[in-house]
Ligand binder design. Structure first.
Ligand SMILES: *Cc1c(COP(=O)(O)O)cnc(C)c1O
Length: 508
């Protein structure tokens, strides 16, 4: 082959490098789909009754060697959006704790991805890092944390709690646990109520402590941690040679929304030199609502707080947040020194690298969707809507009490209403009634979820299976609460006719 000097010069490969006009055309078709979705959402079923095999077959496509046409691609995305999805932003979605997804947040996500800054390093994300820092300082203020507080956005509450507990472990163990590990000292113990989120066990496991290091403290009649039992458990563990290091207080339990007695727990932590972490993954944003804020009195004394913008601040998935009373603890717990990211910050005047303050190294610009949502809606809109969600949960509790075929199963301090279907010809005290209602309500929850007109989930309270509606949804209104109870009542009556055993019929 003849040597052509120019053939040594690589020729452009521009397949991936779309022009601005091409980007716009593609973006506009995406916006068309999004607009149609927002328009049709209230009339779509909340969810469908599909099996995994059906969905897998419907969404599967071979990865093409050559590009799909836009028509083919958007036909496919339309199917995924409208035929094979379920919608946590649907007005009648009230399950688990899954937020609506703010509209400006979704738009901000497009811009954040478009810019593609890396918030692991300040120099890779100057505006991004500064926005995350100021957002976190603002959050810290809302919780009443002092000057010097700060934090980090995380993938969600589980990771926020993990970061907080890692920091607590490192700071309170009493030896260089980052270097020598948990095996270099006495066994560590931490404390949380029986109603704590399940991921706390996994966090203890991930910290090398083992899930059994999480001591589960009994709760009172309103599902709040019993501080007298907490105090006894700490004393017992100290006497047995363990090293207690932290208490996880929950501000808004996942089952009923209970808020642990924060001032008493803060006092105990101060006396016992324990780290006070507050898991407010669900409830935390309620500090923005004037009427709910008093429930959170004492949270300002926490060493760390976790809460989820993607739950009760409605921002799109995913985005959690960990706040530290002293932001420097994050660096102490997560700093790592890589020779290949050398920087002379003295000379450049650059700010901190968030990748050195948490478990992630490269990080996306999650802060933008949270920040833009706040800018576009304003703080007062959040205060009003969070308060309204709680008002709706109380309204639903009132409807449950007023109907003959339902029972209210827990207090409603925040925006969760726990209830069960209980036909009124089956009086309380009938032997076997509770066991039958467990079975009936379990079947009923599945029936509601498959029905498509409404969507709720469940809780287990004192061993009883109950239905649970959690409203962290700015599209839900009173009519949706009524409709959910109507659907549960209709399907419950049908299931009861099928399932009720003979001996319970006889009592009618
Ligand atoms: C949801 C929740 C978590 C877990 O948060 P994710 O965002 O799902 O990771 C932890 N604790 C409580 C109290 C929660 O409600």
């Amino acid at each position: 082959m003849a040597a052509d000097p120019s053939s040594d010069t690589p020729q452009p490969v521009a397949d991936l490098d779309w022009s601005p006009a091409r980007a716009r055309a593609f973006g506009e078709r995406t916006l068309d789909l999004w607009e149609r979705f927002l328009t049709e959402l209230p009339s779509l079923p909340v969810a469908g009754a599909w099996t995994a095999d059906e969905v897998a077959a419907a969404v599967a496509r071979p990865v093409p060697e050559e590009p799909l046409t836009d028509d083919e691609l958007f036909a496919y995305l339309r199917d995924v959006t409208f035929d094979w999805s379920m919608y946590p932003g649907h007005p009648r979605f009230m399950a688990y704790i899954t937020g609506t997804g703010t509209v400006p947040g979704a738009a901000a996500d497009l811009l954040a991805s478009g810019l593609n800054m890396n918030l692991g390093g300040w120099r890779l994300s100057p505006s991004g890092t500064e926005i995350e820092l100021l957002l976190l300082r603002w959050f810290a203020e809302q919780f009443g944390l002092p000057e010097g507080a700060g934090g980090l956005l995380t993938s969600g509450g589980a990771m926020a709690n993990f970061v907080a507990l890692k920091t607590a472990r490192d700071h309170r163990a009493g030896w260089d646990i980052r270097a020598t590990g948990v095996q270099a000292g006495p066994p560590l113990a931490l404390y949380a109520s029986e109603e704590v989120h399940v991921t706390t066990d996994r966090e203890a496991d991930m910290l090398g402590l083992g899930a059994e290091a999480v001591r589960k403290i009994p709760v009172d009649a309103e599902y709040r941690m019993r501080v007298d039992d907490l105090e006894r458990a700490i004393a017992r563990d100290r006497a047995a040679g363990l090293r207690p290091f932290a208490v996880v207080a929950t501000a808004g339990t996942v089952a009923t929304g209970a808020v642990d007695p924060l001032p008493e727990i803060a006092g105990l932590c101060a006396r016992e030199s324990l780290w006070m972490h507050v898991d407010g993954a669900y409830g935390g944003p309620a500090v923005l609502a004037e009427d709910l804020r008093p429930l959170f009195h004492g949270i300002e004394r926490a060493d760390s707080i976790a809460f989820d913008p993607h739950k009760w601040m409605y921002t799109p998935h995913s985005g959690g947040c960990v706040l530290m009373r002293d932001a420097r603890h994050l660096t102490e717990s997560f700093a790592a020194h890589a020779g290949y990211v050398h920087e002379d910050k003295e000379r450049t005047g650059h700010g901190p690298d968030l990748g050195m303050m948490g478990p992630q190294f490269s990080r996306g610009f999650q802060a933008l969707k949270v920040w833009v949502s706040l800018l576009a809606h304003g703080r007062r809109a959040y205060a009003r809507r969070i308060s309204h969600d709680a008002e709706l949960a109380r309204y639903m509790a009132g409807q449950v009490r007023a109907r003959r075929d339902f029972e209210l199963m827990a207090p409603v301090p925040l925006s969760i209403c726990c209830f069960r279907y209980a036909p009124d010809d089956l009086p309380a005290g009938t032997p076997g009634r509770d066991e039958y209602l467990d079975e009936l309500n379990e079947r009923l929850m599945t029936a509601v979820q498959l029905d498509g007109r409404a969507y709720c989930s469940n809780a287990i309270l004192h061993g009883r299976f109950v239905l649970r509606a959690c409203i962290v949804n700015f599209r839900t209104e009173a009519g949706d609460c009524d409709a959910t109870l109507d659907v549960a009542s209709e399907l419950g009556e049908k299931l009861d006719a099928e399932l009720r055993p003979e001996h319970l019929r006889a009592s009618a």
